[in-house]
Design a binder for this molecule. Structure first.
Ligand SMILES: Nc1nc2c(ncn2[C@@H]2O[C@H](COP(=O)(O)OP(=O)(O)O)[C@@H](O)[C@H]2O)c(=O)[nH]1
Ligand SMILES: [Mg+2]
Length: 456
């Protein structure tokens, strides 16, 4: 997996911090050096590393942990926050009518990603078409046509046309009734003027809603200059980092993203059409650092702030029979604030229905570690698996377990609990009192933990 060695050395550093009896200037210096070394080894851009380590050192020296937090935990928190600045603000590709243009060099994964995106939108219920405008690679037309057949989505191309703008304009016209049009463009072996001219012309002629840079995670230091040149030419609105399943160091691509200030929308995690993950920087970083626990720790410092509508929407989804792992995941994400989900998880399934007895501290701790484990497991699932839990067979379970560093038994237990939760939800569907109770408890963050009556 990309960034594996970075993850290893950063985790080592974090272990050192938690093992330290106190954090003095010496320790801070060592930790900063550790982080620097780890990032440089992963191909993160030198300038970025220096900025980050300066800020890390300054904060660790000047800032004091809030009451109730140890110096060690606070140091970890600062590292987490500083690393997060590399990844930038999260932003999602919006589900709407749009034209998406993919750009990038040869072999980065443009055509494959075009197919994956088509599948993504198709599954979200938006009609989508693929336009082949790579006029340079002999096999490009066939490759995209083949993908579109596999995915059963419309395809447009003109085999002998040498002007990509003509192809795209004709394609957009032919696909005008479709909501999402995805345009695959040519790459080159390396960045040159011809390529820049070509994508500039296309951008100008079709004025796409999104220009997505497709970049391979194995790309090194040249990633930054490439991304900047392309960004200057056509204005990149988002990035897809591919081949995250490979052995690249990853730091080059991340530095590039940081330098153009564009959000990463997706990660490509394999050659198949399902191997696409929505990128979430916090999740990504926690996974990298192996920080299930830190998240919980940080969560206790945040305020609950869930609106009536959000609670309502989550409830309807919880209680609809269509509930899938992705919904469960999204709900966990949304409610992964002051331990709400931890409590919710413990209070809902099976035994913990309204009126069930109060939960003790041990139960809670178990629930907490179970939840963070489950999130790590869910992180290792593909879109397809999250949306189709029933399709998760033994082979997939083995892969998910391997990818998340968890046991197969843990994956199976998550799937079992998911099924139980889904069934319970369905069973409780008509019960308005229960629904009201659930909603108010989600909003107050007070899940089954009130002093008066346990889970009810
Ligand atoms: N392992 C892996 N391979 C990928 C991924 N994305 C693309 N590829 C492979 O990379 C190669 C180049 O991809 P392609 O889409 O043709 O790149 P393009 O030249 O930019 O259009 C193909 O063999 C793809 O199967 C990914 O996320 N993971
Ligand atoms: Mg291609």
């Amino acid at each position: 997996m990309v960034l594996e060695s970075l993850a290893g050395s950063l985790r080592e550093t974090l272990r050192r911090i938690s093992g330290a009896s106190y954090i003095d200037k010496e320790t801070i210096k060592e930790v900063v050096k550790d982080v620097q070394r780890a990032l440089l080894k992963a191909d993160v851009n030198v300038k970025l590393v220096l900025e980050l380590s300066a800020s890390l050192e300054r904060r660790a020296t000047e800032e004091k942990p809030p009451a109730g937090m140890t110096e060690q935990d606070y140091m970890v928190k600062i590292i987490y926050e500083e690393l997060l600045t590399i990844l930038g603000e999260d932003s999602k590709l919006v589900l709407r009518d749009q034209t998406i243009m993919l750009v990038g060099l040869y072999g980065q994964g443009k055509t494959t990603s075009a197919g994956k995106l088509a599948k993504f939108f198709h599954r979200k219920g938006l009609s989508v078409g693929l336009i082949a405008a790579d006029i340079h690679r002999p096999g490009a037309y066939d490759q995209l046509e083949q993908l579109s057949k596999t995915l059963s989505v419309p395809f447009y191309g003109e085999r002998n046309q040498k002007d990509p703008v003509r192809i795209i304009k004709n394609g957009l016209e032919e696909m005008k009734q479709l909501k999402v049009k995805i345009v695959d463009t040519s790459g080159r072996d390396s960045l040159n003027e011809e390529l820049i001219d070509e994508i500039k012309k296309i951008k100008k002629a079709i004025n796409p809603d999104e220009v997505l840079l497709v970049m391979d995670a194995t790309i090194g230091q040249q990633a930054g200059p490439q991304a900047r040149t392309i960004n200057d030419a056509v204005g990149i609105t988002g990035v897809i980092i591919t081949k995250m399943d490979g052995t690249g160091k990853g730091g080059g691509a991340l530095s590039a993203v940081s330098s153009i200030h564009s959000p990463v929308y997706f990660l490509g995690t394999g050659e198949h059409m399902d191997d696409l993950e929505i990128f979430n920087s916090k999740k990504f970083l926690s996974r990298l650092l192996g920080l299930g626990d830190l998240e919980t720790l940080l969560e206790t410092f945040k305020e609950t702030n869930i609106t009536e509508e959000e609670a309502e929407e989550s409830m309807s989804r919880l209680m609809s029979g269509k509930f899938n792992l992705k919904d469960m995941y999204e709900i966990w994400e949304k409610f992964a604030q002051p331990g709400i989900m931890r409590k919710m998880f413990e209070s809902l399934p099976l035994t913990k229905m309204p009126g069930a007895s109060k939960i003790n501290t041990q139960d809670l701790e178990n629930a907490q570690s179970k939840l963070s484990n489950y999130r790590i497991i869910l992180d290792s699932m593909t879109f397809y698996e999250l949306e189709n839990p029933d399709e998760i067979n033994a082979k997939r379970i083995a892969r998910i377990a391997h990818g998340s560093g968890r046991e197969e038994a843990d994956v199976r237990s998550l799937l079992r609990e998911f099924k139980a939760m889904k069934n319970n939800m369905k069973a409780m569907k008509g019960n308005r009192g229960f629904k009201k109770l659930l909603k108010s408890q989600i909003r107050s963050g007070n899940f089954g933990l009130d002093e008066t009556g346990g889970a009810s």
